[in-house]
Ligand binder design. Structure first.
Ligand code: DOR
Ligand code: ZN
Length: 350
């Protein structure tokens, strides 16, 4: 039996959706996470402070468990016409934790995103002045670029020039999926990176080698084993530039297993178990707390939680769990990480 204790973690990138889906999934985030940096890609997207406040209220009123620690931090969908005062007031009130850039068409509900970061300079200058982080979905939408190279190309064409041009703007490269992302974050003092449990634990053969598994399809797409190793090295190294962002992104089975499948992996329920298992397999459990609980808190300006969780890895796996969740409207959602969940138990230290 192996036991590891960590301060209560934060999830620095999560999709909580809205309405019945929100109600079905939010408790899984509230259960073990303190801060949640909530993505704005609703339909329509969250682009004003008023929308962000109202979304935050809906999130908190959808939590049905006792979770007084749960503190969702909102993000605004980066548009050239974002109102500077919304950024300023949202930042000072600590409602808004960052603004999110989506390349138009790169992923779910990104249609209203942009083509180039250079088109957003006035807003980015306000953010730099405030110290507000820019959160970037780094994926080229150039159809000539191979899907597995799109992160590297976007970083080279868009993110590196911006970092060089605006050293005072702090940037999180979200859900890093390749060594190109790791290298870029290490190369610029003001760059940071979140990494997901699925990019740490899977490679593209898992999606395609033994039958096609739509539940492993996400954006940026899970890449090669070599890239996965680079992510594991960075996450387990203790380097304070890297931290957990689950990118938990639930979709109904009807959309995930459709002829044209939606990107997104619902990993919030067992994100910690999957992450702990990666660290265990790598012999790095002593670095788990840095990745899940302290590096991200420091990056986003929060003290480390005083609450603590204890994660226990049992010798024998618990019985496998059902991997489907049903929402109030009867939609089913597939859960990621049931095998790891069978190996680990989590408790809050009293
Ligand atoms: O796989 C993904 N799903 N990647 C994203 O960037 C968005 C997300 C979603 O909202 O479903
Ligand atoms: Zn996301």
């Amino acid at each position: 039996m192996t036991v590891v204790e960590i301060p209560m973690p934060d999830d620095w990138h999560v999709h909580l959706r809205d309405d019945e889906m929100l109600a079905a999934v939010v408790d899984y985030s509230a259960r073990w996470f303190r801060q949640a940096l909530v993505m704005p890609n609703l339909v329509p997207p969250v682009t004003t402070l008023e929308q962000a406040r109202s979304y935050r209220d809906r999130i908190l009123s959808s939590v049905s468990i006792e979770a007084p620690w749960f503190d969702p931090r909102m993000t605004l969908y980066l548009r050239p016409d974002l109102v500077a005062d919304d950024l300023r007031h949202g930042w000072v009130e600590r409602v808004i934790g960052g603004a999110k850039f989506y390349p138009a068409g790169a992923t779910t509900n990104s249609d209203l995103g942009g083509t180039s970061l250079a088109d957003f300079m006035p807003v980015l200058e306000v953010m730099a002045e405030l110290g507000m982080p820019l959160l970037v979905h780094a994926e080229s939408t150039d159809p000539d670029i191979d899907i597995f190279d799109r992160e590297a190309v976007f970083l080279e064409r868009e993110v590196a020039p911006l970092l060089a041009r605006m050293p005072e703007l702090s940037v999180t490269v979200e859900h890093i999926s390749t060594s190109a992302g790791i290298d870029l974050v290490r190369a610029y003092p003001q760059a940071f990176g979140s990494i997901t449990p699925h990019h740490l634990s899977c490679d593209r053969s898992d999606i395609l080698a033994n039958g096609m598994r739509p539940e492993l399809y996400c954006k940026p797409v899970i890449n090669s084993a070599e890239h996965r190793r680079a992510l594991v090295e960075a996450a387990t190294s203790g380097d304070d530039k890297f931290f957990l962002g689950t990118d938990s992104a639930p979709h109904p089975l009807s959309a995930k297993e459709a002829r044209v499948a939606k990107a997104g992996i619902f990993n919030a329920p067992f994100a910690l178990e999957v992450t702990a298992e990666v660290f265990f397999q790598n012999g790095s459990l002593d670095q788990l707390a840095a990745f899940t609980s302290t590096n991200g808190a420091a990056r986003y300006g929060h003290p480390v939680s005083e609450r603590r969780l204890v994660l226990t890895r049992h010798g024998d796996a618990n019985p496998p769990r059902d991997d489907l969740l049903t929402t109030a409207t009867g939609d089913q959602v597939r859960l990621f990480g049931v095998n790891e969940a069978a190996l680990w138990a989590i408790d809050q230290v009293a």
